[in-house]
Write a protein that binds this ligand. Structure first.
Ligand code: DGY
Length: 418
């Protein structure tokens, strides 16, 4: 029997302990700064017990927005020990020391969901945020859209799923031998078997160098980079963000014509990432057109983006029948499945929260079942970063903000029996 109140209190404690004053770090040690989509998901959890502080989380994130609209993946508000690559390595000059890439725009959707909790209290805060959120979306549509309308990533860290099998084929074509020497810090905090490999890191640092060498000029990077992968998670989260902006702008009496056009473009992009061979949404290398062949947690974000597809409903039923703790970051029957290594197999409650939001929007009957599995997983194994999808064994960092948020916003509610 789960003691929901006790777990809920522990989740609140995690978020409060990770609060650094206006922003929340993902976890102490491993990730000591403000991360973009981590913060957005944390804000959803914080909104369950402190609405004002939830707004502040998004506002602090947006304070790092660059003049060109980009909102960085990491904001280095203070100096901290134990993280590589720090602000000096990125060498960016935004309003807050930052990395030079972005992350999936969950913050737009989080802002809408927080505003919906109390629209009168949130009115002036949303009015101040809206132009910034629009500007970020414009940046995605200008710099991250492929010719078919899907959203691509130029760095695995930007996609949020650092070492997903989605990037393997594209990465294999890149010669990273000119990479600078560097010392990893992540494996000093957690088991290296749970983290990306050295080869993965070489690519991350090599792509960082490529951006830094041209002072993070989007046009110059676009011309030079060999890494452009259109990805379901990025495409679905961006489409959802644009739909939410459209709804917000309507509510605030603003013109929505351009947003409506964006939606049409992105909906076409969604069709372009359907891989009939695996009967799922899949990543596609923008330059070669080749699919990755990866059924990932990103594939299941279609509903979150307002896209229902019967084949994906079938995939969801399979995921629920094949393992105790779905949805795994990569298909547990996939060729390179690894139950512990970061985005190559473990189950991440944070992404399941987003999948759950989408399923609930469509009333998909499996949503309560998925929620219950994640509820058991977290209640029994704690607020780790990710978990073995078969045994539930915790992996990665401990006391993780977005896992606590997934509990508070979603997993703790038990509205069914299965
Ligand atoms: C890291 O440093 O491991 C992060 O995932 C980058 O966002």
């Amino acid at each position: 029997m789960i003691d929901v109140d006790a777990v809920t209190q522990r989740a609140i404690d995690v978020l409060k302990r990770n609060d650094r004053g206006g922003y929340t770090i993902p976890t102490d040690g491993l990730y000591p700064y403000q991360w973009n989509w981590d913060s957005a998901i944390s804000a959803l959890g914080i909104a369950e017990f402190d609405l004002d502080r939830a707004w502040q989380e998004i506002e602090t994130l947006m304070s790092g927005q660059w003049d060109n609209g980009m909102v960085p993946q990491i904001l280095f508000h203070t100096e901290a020990e134990g993280y590589f690559p720090g602000a000096d390595v990125w060498n960016c000059d935004g309003p807050v020391p930052s990395s030079g890439i972005s992350q999936p725009p969950v913050a737009v959707t989080a802002a809408r969901l927080i505003w919906e909790k109390d629209t009168s209290l949130g009115k002036s805060r949303m009015e101040a945020l809206l132009p910034k959120l629009r500007c970020w979306t414009d940046w995605f549509m200008r710099w991250r859209l492929d010719d078919k309308g899907a959203v691509f990533t130029r760095h695995p860290w930007e996609a949020g799923r650092d070492n997903a099998p989605d990037w393997d084929k594209s990465a294999a074509r890149i010669d990273t031998s000119g990479v600078q020497s560097y010392i990893r810090e992540d494996t000093k905090h957690v088991n290296s078997d749970h983290r990306p490999t050295q080869k993965d890191y070489d690519l991350y640092v090599w792509l960082l160098q490529l951006g830094r060498d041209v002072n993070w000029d989007d046009g110059a990077i676009a011309e030079n980079t060999p890494f452009k992968v259109a990805d379901p998670l990025m495409t679905f989260i961006t489409l959802r963000a644009v739909r939410d902006l459209h709804a917000l702008c309507e509510a605030f009496g603003q013109n929505t014509d351009q947003l409506a056009e964006y939606i049409t473009v992105l909906e076409a992009g969604v069709d372009s990432i359907w891989n009939p061979e695996i009967q799922a949404y899949d990543s596609r290398d923008v330059q070669t057109g080749e699919f990755a062949g990866s059924l990932s947690c990103g594939s299941y974000l279609c509903w979150y983006a307002g896209v229902d597809r019967k084949e994906m409903r079938g995939q969801l039923r399979n995921a629920l029948s094949r393992t105790k703790y779905p949805v795994a970051s990569y298909d547990i029957q996939g060729a390179v499945f690894d139950p512990h290594r970061y985005w190559r197999g473990p189950t991440w409650p944070c992404v399941n929260l987003l999948i759950g939001i989408g399923l609930a929007d469509f009333g998909v009957p499996e949503e309560p079942k998925l929620r219950r599995r994640i509820r058991e997983l977290v209640a029994e194994n704690g607020f780790s970063e990710y978990f073995d999808p078969i045994t539930g064994t915790p992996a990665g960092g401990k006391s993780f903000s977005w896992t606590a948020a997934a509990w508070l916003r979603w997993a703790r509610f038990d509205t069914h029996s299965d």
